[in-house]
Design a protein around this ligand. Structure first.
Ligand code: COA
Length: 649
């Protein structure tokens, strides 16, 4: 890709919709969207809901529309550290014009409030469509996270298959819990959370389309009874329920896996690699693929399966790179076309990846759900592994796995070559590490009476400032699952307080007490924003809603959206998310913007597990330096707190 193409892509801007971060950069894209395409939204929120889950949803409140002035004030505060005083003056003027009585803001607000009266979640379908299904970048690196499980003991293919069978058995067991409404209702404080994402993670597949993809969900009244296993780029249908409708045992599943690996050893035409390409490329190839009825049958089987299981070949030699970082790359991109990059169906919501030397995890397509339900699935599967498997009856005959054939035309061969080239370029460009900070975990900030999440967020802000000597716009996802159909709101973690804190920490003339004071103000300021965001009162979804309602009504998008404060505060150089799991695991993904970092973390009591990445092609960023800067920041924050406490004694 030449520099001008790259600039063009950047301008189009729908970057990393996965974490829902696309909306700002998306704004430029939406600028050019005509209102009729907005009106043609076809994504229905309730498609996949299991009838039982649907009933437990009924008491959840609708997503509120925040008051206009509250959002605008918050927007101004969040943009302040990222612009000059002169630029800020212009932004303030624009905000005044926008919010004036009779101005565009109140008119759009009224339209949005009217829409909100007709639906229980005014953002849900818009979000699915604009943040995911219309996103044209590849899902690999740009959208789909990897989830790295604790490393397992696997020394040979036999053990790889035993682990795979146990993982499948554990995941099917989790599916039974979902279907039988046996998952404990999750809460935030006292508030029950929307559980519907759980019923969407299995049996779902993204289907490529131009200009918009779609999601195919399993029929909740006739749920799928098979998984698909990928082995050497071949795909096999593997039934996981017996004739009596009961889940097969681990042994029965294992027998089927043995049959697969004893079959064809020659790798298949790498059809799966097509799913890693830019969505328009894949959309075109898909049209070619479905000209053949045999391919249609194979595709249907993949789409309808509960999930994919990738029995991988060995990874390439990464030299001295640690196990976690290797597994992170395997989960995010399969290490390219010469390795496991085609042993995938990246459109499938859940793909378990089982490596040859104990790597285990999930590659997950983000559009139907956020990280926490996927982490819930992981925790269940890891429990089953740790217990030595489920003790299910092994009676009854074992069905045979069914090889799924694909025929390829010369056009498809060509598309495969393009996809291989594109995937390899992405793989080469991504610098990613799995990293564990061992100095302390969430118990330390708690002992200091500070929110652990806000504390970690401020350490990340500090690390960025330490490296770049300037503030970085910073995205954190906050769950809005308190509300019906809720997904996320953005926490804008960069604030005047976070910058003052980073500056104070790096200023030798400041006393430790002054540093601690600045830290507490930053942490508490972040916590305040978090509470507003989880209560549906952030800046980002509201401003996106106002823009989309303008487009829907053929109203010109207001100047405010082109202003430097909006653009810069939306260029999220730091893309973060807490995905907590019970086990020693972490989620990882690519940065949101070309000159950015991604940092996803699982805070445990006494350590923090993280996935950190940056693009090698950006001369300003380095994931390795960021990791070191973060470690130093965590250490410095600890030391200054401990020192000031000792001096008080
Ligand atoms: N003093 C002592 N303890 C405190 C404290 C303080 N001042 N503030 C918070 N704590 C405690 C809390 O009570 C809580 O205790 P618990 O572990 O016993 O429950 C713990 O510290 C953690 O709280 P905190 O770190 O403040 O945040 P959180 O767990 O509420 O998480 C978010 C904050 C934003 C991560 C969470 O609300 C959220 O939205 N998570 C989902 C994000 C998501 O969807 N990510 C995936 C996107 S793909």
């Amino acid at each position: 890709m030449g520099p001008s193409d790259e600039a063009m892509l950047k301008l189009m801007g729908p970057i990393n919709a996965s974490r829902g971060q696309a909306l700002f950069t998306f704004s430029k894209n939406l600028w050019n969207v005509n209102s009729s395409s907005v009106l043609r939204a076809t994504v229905g929120y309730q498609h996949a809901l299991h009838p039982r889950l649907l009933s437990s949803q009924s008491d959840l409140p609708p997503l509120p529309v925040p008051p206009l002035q509250v959002t605008l004030d918050k927007f101004l505060r969040s943009a302040r550290p990222l612009v000059t005083p002169e630029e800020f003056q212009t932004t303030q003027d624009l905000v005044k014009q926008f919010s004036a009585a009779g101005g565009c803001g109140p008119k759009l607000q009224k339209l949005l409030e009217e829409k909100a009266k007709t639906t229980r979640n005014w953002m849900a379908d818009w979000w699915l469509r604009t943040a995911y299904l219309e996103f044209r970048y590849p899902v690999v690196v740009w959208s789909s996270p990897g989830l790295v499980f604790p490393h397992q003991k696997v020394c040979n293919q036999d053990e790889q298959l035993t682990l795979a069978a146990r993982v499948i058995s554990g995941a099917v067991d989790f599916k039974c819990l979902i279907d039988n409404n046996k998952l404990p209702l999750e809460r935030m404080g006292k508030d029950p959370l929307d559980m519907s994402q759980y019923s969407k993670i299995m049996g779902t597949c993204r289907i490529p389309g131009i200009p918009r993809d779609s999601l195919q969900h399993a029929d909740p009244c006739n749920p799928p009874k098979h998984v698909v296993v990928a082995y050497k780029n071949h795909f096999f249908e593997v039934p996981v329920y017996g004739e009596n409708g009961e889940p097969l045992s681990e042994d029965q599943i294992r027998k089927q896996l043995c049959e697969i690996v004893s079959g064809p050893v020659k790798p298949a035409v790498p059809i799966g690699i097509l799913t890693s390409d830019q969505r328009d490329n894949w959309g075109k190839a898909y049209q070619e693929l479905i000209k053949d009825p045999k391919n249609v049958c194979s595709l249907e089987t993949i789409h309808k399966s509960l999930f994919l299981v990738c029995l991988d070949d060995p990874n390439p030699n990464f030299g001295s790179l640690d196990k976690r970082s290797i597994a992170a790359r395997q989960m995010v991109h399969g290490c390219g076309s010469k390795n496991n990059g085609a042993n995938r169906w990246f459109d499938k919501t859940i793909q378990f990846v089982i490596g040859t030397t104990g790597e285990l995890g999930i590659t997950y397509e983000h559009s139907p759900a956020e990280g926490p339900p996927v982490a819930g699935l992981m925790d269940h599967v890891v429990d089953v592994i740790n217990k030595g498997g489920l003790k299910l009856s092994t009676s009854g005959c074992v069905p045979k796995p069914n090889h799924l054939p694909f025929n390829t035309s010369s056009e498809l061969q060509c598309a495969i070559q393009t996809a291989e080239k594109n995937l390899d370029a992405m793989v080469d460009d991504l610098e990613m590490y799995g990293y564990v900070y061992k100095g302390y975990g969430k118990e330390f900030p708690k002992s200091q009476k500070m929110s652990p999440d806000s504390f970690i967020q401020m350490a990340i802000q500090f690390a960025f400032y330490r490296l770049h000597k300037l503030p970085g716009a910073h995205y954190e996802s906050a769950s809005t699952r308190k509300y019906f159909g809720g997904r996320t709101e953005t926490i804008r973690s960069c604030s005047c307080e976070s910058v003052a804190f980073a500056e104070a920490m790096l200023d030798c003339s400041k006393s430790d007490e002054e540093k601690v004071k600045a830290m507490k103000e930053a942490v508490n300021g972040h916590k305040k924003y978090t509470l507003e965001a989880v209560n549906g009162c952030g800046v980002d979804r509201h401003l996106l809603g106002l823009k989309l309602i303008a487009l829907e009504n053929g109203i010109q998008v207001p100047e405010l959206y082109k202003d430097v404060a909006y653009v810069r505060s939306s260029h999220m150089r730091i893309s973060t998310s807490q995905v907590a799991g019970k086990c020693e695991a972490f989620m990882c993904y690519g940065p949101l913007v070309n000159d950015g970092y991604a940092c996803c973390y699982n805070p445990r009591a006494n350590e923090i597990h993280m996935g950190i990445s940056a693009f090698k092609s950006c001369p300003d960023t380095s994931a390795s330096k960021f990791k070191d800067a973060l470690e130093e920041s965590f250490d410095d924050m600890h030391n200054v707190l401990v020192k000031t406490q000792k001096s008080k004694l």
